[in-house]
Design a protein around this ligand. Structure first.
Ligand SMILES: [Zn+2]
Length: 109
């Protein structure tokens, strides 16, 4: 008898003010070569990849790349904005991520 079961993601990681499921996050990333841009299979806005997570206990959609950054480095990007050395805002390769304080955003774009 075939068993049909909804996939369960048990692991929840908390970094800074965020709680998220890393298995679910990485399932949406198509990892390419280390120097390539990696594709996001999840939701997107016109400006960013989106992923559902809890911020201070409240579920919301957030920028997936912030959680990829957090999951890769173990640090909450907090007040920092993540941008890309490849200029591809939908790229999910952490090797292409750069951070800068949010306040510089308007000065440089
Ligand atoms: Zn890239």
């Amino acid at each position: 008898m075939a068993q049909i079961r909804k996939k369960q993601y048990k692991t929840i990681v908390t970094i800074g003010e965020w709680a998220y499921k890393p298995e679910l996050l990485w399932e949406k990333v198509v990892k390419g070569q280390p120097d390539e841009c990696w594709t996001w299979l999840g939701s997107k806005s016109t400006a960013a990849n989106l992923f559902g997570a809890k911020k201070n206990g409240v579920k919301q959609m957030t920028q997936a790349n912030r959680l990829i950054y957090a999951d890769t480095t173990g640090e909450d990007p907090g007040a920092f904005e993540i941008y890309h050395s490849c200029n591809n805002r939908f790229c999910t390769n952490p090797a292409h991520f750069l951070t800068r304080p949010n306040r510089f955003k308007r000065d440089t774009e």
